[in-house]
Ligand binder design. Structure first.
Ligand code: NAP
Length: 324
């Protein structure tokens, strides 16, 4: 029997590659450089394994009449054209849940780093400027007993709330469907977007990228925030209007921001945001731990192999009707 044609858009661990290669002809983008649009690179495919960056467009899908599955190594699949997949009966797999705690840990890392000036402190010492104990430099903001506003409280937002409560924070949350059970269980409080932005000392974003959430944080929302507030975005770059954010940070409308995701990714090296000293940017590291990335790759491999055989995906974002 001929093997399935599969393309993997970023290098995966050798053992994952070997397992997929048992059943597939595997082509993999080996370099760390930016991948050209997928359709230009590859022959007709049966399966595609991709991370949350390379656009999977209707045009790309049209070049592969036998494409059966798009397996995303990640939970967000906003870069995949869902309607085009639905029309063609192509399954979409993703890796929800397994990365929630890891991404929540990174959220707290960014929040603490931004509030306690961890990055400028390191730069200060590395620049050999630590010549005596100076009690008047790099004052930050207390995290304990401060108010955290969680925008989009699903799997990751819930895990962030638990961590914040351990810091004795007051936790507000906003999502479209209120969760009275979580309010009772955790002691978190529901707030509408306006209340949340006005009241919170820290605002952290955990919504998926959709039409509704694109530029959900823009000029008007930043104006509602306290001038001592810090914004954390670990969801998707376009949830925040970066030009409005630049103005807000520059003018002291808010105190600081920490971004794990940007628009675009990567940011151009001359992007104005990069010159600001009240901003931290990480290169999309939310789920980047050894343990979690291995679990994600394994789940994505299982989705890929199931989809190629026309079986139910174990972790499906979109599952076409299976033939009986
Ligand atoms: P999830 O469990 O689906 O949670 C998403 C939450 O957003 C839900 O509570 C949902 O509640 C809410 N939401 C959706 N649309 C909204 C809207 N228009 N207004 C307000 N709330 C809205 O997803 P998750 O697993 O927590 O992941 C969230 C996102 O994080 C992913 O989609 C991905 O883009 C991003 N992520 C980033 C990284 C990273 O490395 N930086 C890692 C993992 C995930 P309602 O439906 O009730 O509104």
């Amino acid at each position: 029997m001929s093997k399935f044609n599969v393309f993997i858009t970023r290098p995966v661990r050798e053992e994952i590659h070997a397992k997929i290669a048992e059943e597939c002809e595997v082509d993999m983008w080996h370099t760390s450089a930016i991948l050209p649009p997928i359709a230009e690179k590859i022959p007709p495919l049966d399966g595609l394994m991709t991370y949350g960056h390379e656009l999977v467009t209707p045009e790309m899908i049209a070049t592969s009449p036998n494409l059966k599955v798009v397996s995303v190594v990640g939970v967000g699949y906003d870069h995949v054209h869902v309607e085009a997949c639905r029309e063609r009966g192509i399954a979409i797999g993703h890796t929800p849940g397994v990365l929630s705690d890891t991404t929540a840990d990174m959220t707290m890392a960014l929040l603490l780093a931004a509030s306690r000036n961890v990055v400028p402190a390191d730069k200060h010492v590395q620049a050999k400027q630590w010549l005596y104990y100076d009690p008047n430099i790099l004052w930050g903001y207390d995290v304990h007993h401060a108010t955290l506003g969680i925008v989009g409280m699903g799997r990751i937002g819930y895990a962030v709330a638990k961590r914040a409560l351990a810091f004795d924070m007051r936790v507000l949350y906003y999502k479209r469907e209120r969760r009275h059970d979580w309010e009772e269980e955790l002691g978190v409080e529901y707030a509408d977007m306006e209340q949340l932005l006005q009241t919170s000392d820290f605002v952290t974003l955990h919504v998926p990228l959709t039409e509704e959430t694109t530029h959900m944080i823009s000029k008007a929302e930043l104006e509602l925030m306290k001038d001592t507030a810090i914004l954390v975005n670990i969801a998707r770059g376009p949830v925040v209007d970066h030009y409005a954010l630049y103005d807000a940070l520059k003018e002291g409308q808010i105190a600081g921001a920490a971004l794990d995701v940007t628009e675009p990714e990567p940011l151009n090296t001359d992007h104005p945001l990069l010159g600001l000293d009240n901003l931290i940017v990480a290169p999309h590291l939310g789920s980047a731990t050894i343990q979690t990335r291995m679990k994600m790759m394994t789940m994505a491999m299982e989705n890929l192999l199931a989809g190629l055989k026309g079986e139910q995906l174990p972790y499906a974002a979109l599952q076409p009707n299976l033939s009986p």
